[in-house]
Design a protein around this ligand. Structure first.
Ligand code: DX5
Ligand code: ZN
Length: 219
């Protein structure tokens, strides 16, 4: 992995001030991570396409949508058409992940595949040939501020090896419990893109927090 990408998650931001919260990391954040939850795939409800459309109209930071929803086959393309840079769906929820990736790419976005902490990677290596990003969840999806599950780094190492040997062409992304300590282990395991919610938006200065994480990821 070369240059670490940092993706602040607005799940830990103030939803009533999303434009300001995006602006607070402008020029620092590589991607803005948006967690879409439907209260079915995960036990929490956040926001959907209308809010993502408004956010896209207010920021030029590339928007990385993480769909924690059932039947993403039905909904993912809308987020791509709206102008998201990357649309990630869960492998546990997708009915036809290969077709889904093709549709998302045809709509102009990168296609991402997310896996929960307890989901193995091996069964999906062929499916991943159709994807641009792999999102390894390092907490159970649903909430910010949880503790990092270090065991998922084995999946990161596997993915890193397959990318470095040319078997896959993926951005390896990690999401959940990333802070100044855990980011170093994740970087060492081969993560390219680090999502962080509370470590950035609970900080006094979110822009500074992004740069602090980036420095640690390079260490
Ligand atoms: C959790 C979300 C994460 C969340 C991470 O389901 O996918 O993106 O915002 O929050 P932290 O960084 O606080 O663990
Ligand atoms: Zn997320």
């Amino acid at each position: 992995s070369n240059k670490p990408l940092i993706a602040p998650s607005i799940l830990s931001a103030d939803f009533a001030r999303l434009a300001d919260e995006a602006a607070a990391v402008h020029g620092r954040a590589d991607w803005l991570h948006v967690d879409v939850m439907d209260a079915h795939f995960v036990p929490n409800l956040t926001l959907g396409l209308p809010v993502v459309q408004s956010l896209l109209a207010t920021t030029d930071i590339p928007v990385d949508c993480h769909l924690m929803i059932e039947n993403p086959d039905r909904w993912a393309v809308g987020y791509a058409e709206a102008g998201s840079c990357n649309v990630t769906v869960h492998v546990e929820a997708a009915h036809d992940p290969v077709m889904l990736a093709k549709n998302v790419r045809a709509a102009g976005a990168k296609a991402g595949l997310a896996i929960k902490p307890g989901t193995p990677l091996e069964p999906y290596l062929d499916v991943l040939k159709h994807y641009d990003t792999l999102l390894v969840m390092s907490v159970e999806p649903g909430f910010g501020g949880q503790k990092f599950i270090a065991e998922v780094l084995d999946k990161v190492r596997t993915a890193r090896r397959l990318v470095d040997t040319g078997h896959l062409n993926l951005v390896v992304e990690i999401d959940g419990g990333i802070n100044g300590d855990t980011i170093e282990q994740a970087a060492e395991a081969g993560v390219d893109c680090f999502v962080a919610g509370s470590a950035i938006y609970a900080a006094d200065d979110p822009a500074r927090a992004v740069e602090g994480l980036r420095r640690r990821a390079r260490a």
